[in-house]
Design a protein around this ligand. Structure first.
Ligand code: MN
Length: 488
């Protein structure tokens, strides 16, 4: 995983004299160093900017440096904002305005006009906020005391969303086979997606993968097989099926790494020369941070990789998911999510079991090995990116996952059970009204606010379905957004 950092850019002006500016600089350095200890990525102090050129220079460098995933600005003192226009107008990296203050309290005895002139973020941050609003800059505003844990959490969450932007801009998706025949929601304009989100989505022949699979050695398969046994419980005697999945995983990973791809899709309709649909193979690749989408769904595949990168430690509890079936008993309304095989073990509540079962759908000559487990209980989101024709819409729904309320002993796949908000049936009505897909990314550690930040930075439509959503309000929102996005 790449190392990312964020740059701390502090605004001021010469009017205060060298002594005040020195104090501002020392404090900004101290704040960046202290904040870095509490944040998921380092916050590197760059400059106390006093001129148009200093701001333009630091923005140019931020744009150019791959490791810089965004800038965080703050005005300890007043920083006249016309000097920010040229820099901000050329900014290509995520931007967060941290409206904070060095001191926590107003010191009753000490406060005089010198103190006021040094500690005037309330003043300076308003001037700074105006110019960003005036320039229509997509930005995050976080207000609060810089040593407050809530501020750390919010700034940290924004940083992770900004890393999601960096990952998106470099995203390469490897497609094996096309989208499943006749399916609409998995389609999309790849040229538009590349222009907007940066994704390079291209196809490779299944025959190339089979060639790569044939070149995998027994020793390589032994090593990965042993890794499977270390990570998972064995619940099948079909060693050959597991070894075949290892062969598939090694070959897919090799092809992706060679091309710099971070996500892949395949389809059960196109497995020429393969004995099994990759199940365990795809699941173990997802566990390593790769994105996956079934039935040729390259959009959900890339989104899976992005949400994983936005999660804890740069590879969080997020995975490819599909809404399968409902439990509609009053008071116990739940969705049951799963997939044919490919559910990411980062969603598991316990150690996954390796099993082999018959898979009727597709072209499997042999029973594919897969990981079977129950999903964790807890709050989460499901995310769907759809192509509305001319623009992309990101739909995010809050969910509450539960331990599956029944064991389902004959279900041969991993499963997650959840209640969509505001409640299952209203949630379903809202999701369907917005056009959300059956494929989603389910995440336990990326929040709706982070997805809103990501959508804002990527300049795409964002629709959130949560506790307060009603179908009526949502319909109005979608109607207005439809007009706005046609004008944009
Ligand atoms: Mn599917």
């Amino acid at each position: 995983m790449k190392k990312y950092e964020f740059w701390f850019v502090v605004g001021s002006q010469f009017l205060y004299g060298p002594e005040v500016l020195k104090t501002v600089e020392q404090r900004a350095q101290e704040m960046a160093a202290e904040l870095s200890k509490a944040l998921p990525y380092p916050l590197v102090y760059k400059v106390t900017a006093k001129t148009n050129k200093e701001i333009s220079d630091v923005v140019k460098e931020a744009n150019y440096r791959d490791e810089c995933a965004g800038i965080v600005t703050w005005c300890h003192t007043f920083s006249p904002s016309k000097m920010w226009i040229n820099g901000l107008a050329s900014l290509q990296k995520p931007y967060c305005h941290l409206a904070t203050q060095y001191n926590k309290e107003i010191p009753n005895d000490e406060i005089d006009m010198d103190f006021m002139n040094l500690n005037q973020a309330a003043h300076g941050d308003r001037e700074h906020g105006f110019i960003a609003a005036r320039l229509r800059m997509p930005r995050k505003v976080i207000a609060g005391y810089w040593q407050d844990e809530k501020v750390h959490k919010r700034l940290g969450d924004w940083m992770k969303a900004a890393v999601g932007v960096a990952v998106s801009k470099e995203m390469k998706v490897m497609r094996f086979g096309d989208n499943m025949r006749e399916v609409a929601v998995t389609e999309g304009d790849k040229v538009e997606v590349q222009a907007k989100l940066g994704w390079q989505v291209n196809t490779w022949a299944v025959g190339d993968l089979v060639k790569e699979m044939n070149a995998v050695t027994d020793a390589e398969i032994d090593a990965l097989y042993n890794e499977y046994l270390k990570s998972y419980d064995l619940n099948t005697g079909n060693t050959a099926a597991i070894r075949y999945q290892a062969r598939e995983e090694i070959a897919i990973k090799r092809m992706m790494d060679r091309e710099g791809c971070r996500a892949f899709s395949n389809t059960f309709q196109d497995l020429y020369g393969m004995e099994q649909l990759p199940g365990l193979a795809s699941q173990h690749l997802m566990a390593q941070g790769y994105g996956y989408g079934g039935e040729g769904d390259w959009k959900v595949s890339a989104m899976t990789a992005i949400l994983k990168a936005m999660g804890e430690g740069g590879n969080g509890a997020s995975g490819f998911m599909e809404d399968y079936t409902y439990h509609l008993v009053e008071g116990q309304e739940y969705s049951l999510g799963a997939h044919m095989l490919e559910v990411c073990p980062s969603l598991a509540s316990d150690t996954p079991r390796i099993e082999t079962h018959h898979l009727g759908i597709g072209m499997n000559e042999k029973d594919p090995a897969r990981l079977v487990f129950e999903g964790k209980a807890g709050k989460g989101i499901v995310v769907s990116l759809i192509d509305m024709g001319g623009r992309l819409r990101l739909i995010v729904q809050d969910i509450e996952a539960v331990k599956p309320i029944m064991p389902m002993p004959n279900l041969p796949v991993a499963r997650v059970m959840w209640r969509a908000l505001p409640d299952l049936t209203t949630g379903v009505e809202c999701w369907i009204t917005a056009g959300g897909a059956h494929h989603t990314v389910l995440s336990y550690d990326v929040t709706a606010e982070q997805m809103r930040d990501w959508a804002r930075m990527m300049d795409i439509e964002y629709v959130h379905i949560g506790a307060d959503t009603t179908p009526e309000k949502l319909e109005e929102e979608l109607l207005i957004k439809d007009l706005v996005w046609k004008l944009k």
